[in-house]
Design a protein around this ligand. Sequence first.
Ligand SMILES: CSC[C@H]1O[C@H](OP(=O)(O)O)[C@H](O)[C@@H]1O
Length: 345
Amino acid sequence: MSIKPIEFENGVCRMIDQRLLPAQEVWLDYRDYRSVAEAIQTMVVRGAPAIGVAAAFGAAFAAAEIEAEDFAMFESQFEECCAVLAATRPTAVNLFWALDRMKSVAKANQKLSLPDLRQVLLDEALTIAEDDDQINRTMGAHGQVLFPDKANILTHCNAGALATGGYGTALGVIRAAVEAGKQIEVFADETRPFWQGARLTAWELMQDDIPVTVICDNMAGYLMQQGRVDAVIVGADRITANGDVANKIGTYTVAVLAKEHGIPFYVAAPMSTIDLSLTDGSQIPIEERDPREVTHCGDTQLAPDGVKVYNPAFDVTPSHLVTAIITERGVVQGDYLNGLKALAQ
Ligand SMILES: CSC[C@H]1O[C@H](OP(=O)(O)O)[C@H](O)[C@@H]1O
């Protein structure tokens, strides 16, 4: 079934509050770009593709608020609003891809009346959301052939329907394998400090009756050492031209462990996550988040007041640790520089 975390109806964008899952399913209504920006920054909505979809609706709301006598005046204000959305989180390139696409569509339709321009931009946001679901299903079909029947798959964070327009990237490949009749069992890293694995991946997979076992992040190596992991699959927030992969913190650790144990390490991501403007992962901005995410779990204090905290939300896995990159345009292995460039043609 795979949930759609973002819906749009009658001028209102509804997003499930992913901070409250799995305990509560609460949907929040959004009608303006600033509140959408806050939802992205506070991780009501999260996951690279989902962030792009949310930002697109945010930009459409911005267009609806702007009053301008000509396109130059509209464009100037529209760029300011998009800059507010762009400032929310720095790592997932899908955010910037979506905003650039909305700005390009505005420029391409600058001759339209303001009401018609607003409608075109809303239609573009709806297209971005609808396309994402199909992109994930196509990606799933490409990737599932890599999984043998009766495979135990480890995943990190949540790269599922909740992180996308629906269906998921890494979890989309898992869903596609199950839909192809394969018996797949999933081990989900809890993924501290935001717990996307324990809270979101486990919830999603149980909704679909896909067997899932939650493990602490520090258990992944022991599981591999026991021979209980056949493959690893994760999502991505930004992939550079050489195939380096920025993803949730802890992904690099899992990739090194997989290499040590001769386990394939797959990355599933749409073309909108691939940033050919960056030559390698050292250039990817890594978000650092509130120390409270580390020192507290809800109201429970886990570290002394005043302790120093380092809370990078992502890390970068070098391409030599990546067995294959799965996209909606096909699977790339080995020569990522030429392979990704060819897919992007
Ligand atoms: C297909 S989601 C990609 C990516 O986004 C997540 O980060 P966050 O939960 O902080 O938005 C995680 O890195 C996923 O793998």
